[in-house]
Design a protein. Structure first.
Length: 297
């Protein structure tokens, strides 16, 4: 049985007004325990609206959302319980920081769970460790942190509730490459340590390619396709039609294949491309590709 399941999920904003708009329509979606799922789609495709239903933040206009076989809106009490099991990190979560210290901000969720002071402290320091914030940050004002540090503090605030499912909506948006890599590493660390289920919503195809087990592609409020990264990224033309681009490695491999080089199909990460190029007789790996994904002949 799937951990999370939606049945004919539809959400309409501003019902009955001139601004009425269907954001997601008849979505049937499943998420298995332990899965690392990527959700992609162009701006306005309905990705954020979809994931905000998975922890009960939004209630469907029609259709249902189930967690472990039970409708998450069965009762208000049950919906509150689900929000501690399904943690949602919004896009630009640093704008949600509001407490006087980093410690208090991270502790906000655990306090609302009614935990003891000792348990709250343990969870705060554990969550801070996952995102790379040491003890020296705890007494600082969150508003005095750098952009990347704020992002990590905000993510720690959700991790401190030890959710079974961690949903992150564009967690690396606006960060430099190093900051992006650190956030993704933090997510992998939490998933591994807690056997958590993760949903990553992002426009960054390289992030998706390197990390997830399965991809769901959303367009105009509906799921267009679902499959492994190799399956989804093999449809480069379809992605372009939907306003998305395949990972750089995939595009480079396709171009090399079109030029007649014997490169295998289904390449979508830099590591796969490097390996394929190294297998070509007489081609030196260091002259083929850099870590950043640029061909340097």
């Amino acid at each position: 049985m799937s951990l999370i399941k939606t049945e004919n999920l539809t959400h309409t904003y501003s019902v009955g007004t001139p601004f009425e708009r269907v954001a997601v329509r008849d979505i049937n979606f499943t998420l298995d325990k332990g899965e690392y799922l990527g959700i992609i789609g162009a701006t306005g495709s309905g990705k954020s609206t979809l994931v905000q239903h998975l922890n009960g933040l939004l209630k469907p206009t029609s259709g249902s959302v189930y967690y472990d076989g039970v409708d998450i809106h069965e009762s208000k009490k049950h919906t509150r319980e689900i929000r501690s099991k399904v943690g949602l990190v919004f896009q630009y979560p640093e704008y949600q920081l509001f407490e006087a210290s980093v410690f208090e901000d991270i502790a906000f969720g655990p306090k609302n769970m009614g935990l003891s002071e000792d348990e709250i402290k343990e969870r705060v320091y554990e969550a801070a460790g996952f995102v790379g914030l040491n003890e020296s940050f705890m007494d600082k004002s969150p508003f005095g942190l750098s952009g990347g540090e704020k992002r990590r503090a905000a993510i720690a605030g959700v991790i401190a509730m030890r959710p079974e499912v961690l949903i992150l909506d564009e967690p690396t948006a606006g960060l430099d490459p190093q900051g992006q890599a650190e956030i993704i590493k933090n997510i992998r660390s939490y998933k591994s340590s807690h056997n958590a289920t993760v949903i990553l919503v992002t426009h960054n195809m390289e992030e998706i390619a390197r990390n997830v087990d399965r991809i769901v592609l959303v367009s105009k409020g509906s799921i267009v396709t679902s499959g492994t990264p190799s399956q989804v990224f093999s449809e480069a033309e379809r992605l372009r039609e939907l306003g998305l681009a395949a990972p750089k490695a995939s595009m480079i491999a396709s171009r090399l294949i079109s030029l007649g080089l014997p490169i295998e199909q289904g390449i979508y990460t830099i590591e796969q491309l490097r390996k394929a190029l190294c297998q070509l007789k007489g081609l030196q790996a260091q002259t083929a590709i850099t870590d950043g994904g640029d061909v340097i002949a």
